[in-house]
Design a protein around this ligand. Structure first.
Ligand SMILES: *[C@@H]1O[C@H](CO)[C@@H](O)[C@H](O)[C@H]1NC(C)=O
Ligand SMILES: *[C@@H]1O[C@H](CO)[C@@H](O)[C@H](O)[C@H]1NC(C)=O
Length: 343
């Protein structure tokens, strides 16, 4: 009896101990959370917009330089603080009026890369009507740490498309390397080689910056790549598919089968998506993260448009691993170029 009693006391004490431990941990999680909450500084956003206009009126060729007054440098390596509009430098004029669609094009240096990019911009320009251009913003992200190279590409873009930058149709952005989280000595999930881990991790951060910066330009945001050709009348088709899905709750509609081409989001979700990618940037490629994101926001299936609206043109991958294997062409068999006369 006495022995059972002792065991009983031992058992109860054990339970109490673990309950206490759990409570302390729980309180720690709740109270400690305050520090990691990311705050969106709306005044920062407003300042950025005004700065772009001022900057543009002086010169479009000079990349917009802006440093935050209070030092962010000591925060940079905390991934919670990576996203900051102050770190995005933009050339072009920000439109006051919120349009229909932002087309995001991330572009990295590679064999014939700048050439592909200019061609893609040309396609977008020639395959949208004047009226459509008034409610579309093309957001090009020169995602290279080599700022001299970015400046050279920007010079070429503005030499050709200065009028479009002036009208607010074309924005070109870059983000200095110091604003990125660490890209070396990362975990090697899937036993990927370190340079592949660095490449896919950087891509996640690139996209996060694009989504974050592009989150409030238009009603919708679609991401393509810098080496694709859009179908004639693609904007009309996008509108039609959005209308067709108006009854379903959706977060992402897809207009291509390849990689991250042609994924359309409601702008309202971009902020969350950007933070999601930053949170797991070094874990998995963005194609996989996006699937987890979609199921997290309860979209459990892909919603594809019957026809792909973007065809892949480039044959040099921006992944150094893949480009080592030589030129490679990925085609989307559901792409239909369409006809010119449907405007
Ligand atoms: C800019 O354009 C010139 C002339 O077409 C070309 O030679 C040069 O390679 C381009 N530079 C970049 C960085 O795209
Ligand atoms: C988005 O822009 C509109 C004006 O176009 C503004 O009223 C709104 O506050 C902005 N929202 C965010 C989250 O920046």
């Amino acid at each position: 009896m006495a022995r059972e009693g002792r065991m009983y006391i031992k058992f109860v004490t054990g339970c109490l101990f673990y309950m206490l431990l759990f409570t302390v941990y729980f309180l720690y999680m709740i109270l400690g959370d305050d520090d990691s909450v990311v705050t969106i500084d709306e005044s920062e956003f407003a300042v950025s917009i005004n700065d772009h206009q001022r900057d543009f009126s002086t010169t479009i060729q000079k990349l917009h330089q802006r440093e935050k007054q209070n030092s962010v440098d000591n925060l940079i390596h905390s991934r919670w603080n990576v996203l900051d509009l102050g770190s995005v430098q933009v050339a072009g004029r920000w439109r006051q009026k919120r349009g229909f669609l932002t087309i995001g094009i991330p572009s990295v240096k590679r064999a014939r890369g700048a050439e592909y990019l200019l061609q893609t911009i040309r396609y977008i320009i020639s395959r949208t009507t004047l009226k459509e251009k008034e409610s579309i913003v093309l957001l090009v992200f020169l995602a290279n740490f080599d700022t001299d190279y970015n400046a050279a590409v920007l010079k070429n873009i503005s030499a050709r498309y200065g009028d479009y930058m002036n009208s607010g149709f074309l924005l070109v952005m870059q983000v200095p390397e110091k604003y990125y989280p660490p890209l070396t000595n990362l975990k090697r999930n899937y036993n990927d080689p370190p340079n592949q881990v660095a490449w896919r991790s950087k891509q996640n951060v690139d996209y996060a910056f694009m989504f974050f910066y592009g989150r409030n330009i238009s009603e919708y945001y679609i991401q393509i790549e810098d080496d694709v050709m859009p179908a004639f009348g693609f904007v009309k088709d996008i509108r039609a598919f959005i209308l067709k899905n108006y009854k379903n709750p959706w977060v992402c509609l897809e207009f291509s089968l390849l990689g991250f081409i042609g994924k359309l989001f409601k702008s309202g979700v971009l902020d969350k998506l950007a933070r999601y990618l930053i949170l797991f940037y070094d874990e998995q490629p963005c194609d996989w993260l996006i699937n987890y994101f979609l199921s997290s926001v309860t979209q459990t299936r892909h919603i594809y448009n019957r026809k792909s609206l973007f065809q892949h043109k480039g044959i040099w991958s921006s992944s150094s691993e893949k480009s080592k294997q030589g030129p490679f062409k990925a085609y989307d068999i559901y792409f239909r170029e369409g006809k010119l006369n449907n405007e």
